[in-house]
Design a protein around this ligand. Structure first.
Ligand SMILES: *Cc1c(COP(=O)(O)O)cnc(C)c1O
Length: 231
């Protein structure tokens, strides 16, 4: 199967999931996760209509990026863990950072975005399964509260919502409660109507579980393997 065929198939699966959930396909963004994949694979996905891409390493994307100057309306988001000492480079390279996992990183990114004279959209990454080895802020933690409370000072960031990578299981049904939990956390934060805190984006769902994520309210599915093949 070619990348173009894979993308067509994913769109079809999204259409079915959206119908089951009584949602609108326009409300789901399909992000192609292109980490480890060469520039020509990204260009092929672009020609098939993909405009949103996810990369997980600053250095890898810095090396690939010169090939994409002709993909004028493509958006590249960082979805992998970012060390704060690389925030300057990340703020310059990416259209958005979807993996902000501490107040300290948010403050560094804010300063970097300010220096770049841009407003940087971000998502807060939540460790929804409470896994020790995983990045992300714990739901209900002091850290999350402090980050949300700092939003009025983070004037060069635009907080858009939440992102999560739930615990891995072979059965997507087992992930459903984690997706549900993230949606409830989002709703609960949104209901507080905090200044400069937007909560429209719910980035959840990957190749093996994006349909379940859509049924549970995802607004952005991040699909790598099912588009580009095994890494
Ligand atoms: C790699 C990655 C994905 C895509 O995973 P697939 O299983 O290949 O679809 C999605 N989100 C994040 C954060 C990733 O690192």
């Amino acid at each position: 199967m070619s990348i173009v065929d894979n993308i067509a198939q994913i769109h079809e699966r999204i259409t079915h999931a959206v119908a089951r959930a009584g949602r609108n396909a326009d409300d789901i963004a399909l992000m192609a996760v292109s980490k480890t994949k060469p520039a020509h694979a990204i260009e092929e996905a672009y020609r098939a209509g993909i405009r949103l891409f996810g990369e997980n390493r600053v250095q890898e994307f810095a090396e690939k990026q010169p090939a994409f100057t002709n993909l004028v309306d493509a958006q590249f988001h960082l979805i992998g863990h970012l060390q704060s000492n690389k925030s300057g480079k990340a703020a310059a390279l990416f259209h958005a950072i979807d993996s902000v996992d501490s107040l300290k990183l948010a403050e560094r990114l804010n300063a970097s975005a300010q220096a770049e004279d841009k407003i940087l959209p971000i998502l807060i990454e939540i460790n929804i399964g409470g896994e020790e080895q995983k990045a992300g802020i714990a739901p209900g933690s002091k850290e999350l509260e402090s980050l949300l409370a700092a939003a009025p000072q983070l004037t060069s960031l635009s907080i858009r919502g939440l992102m999560t990578v739930p615990p891995h299981t072979d059965d997507p049904e087992c992930v459903r409660p984690f997706f549900k939990k993230l949606r409830e956390l989002r709703d609960q934060i949104a209901a507080q109507k905090l200044p400069r805190v937007g909560m429209h984006v719910l980035s959840m769902g990957m190749s093996h579980d994006f349909e379940v994520a859509i049924e549970e309210g995802s607004s952005c599915v991040r699909v790598g393997t099912a588009i580009f093949g095994e890494r």
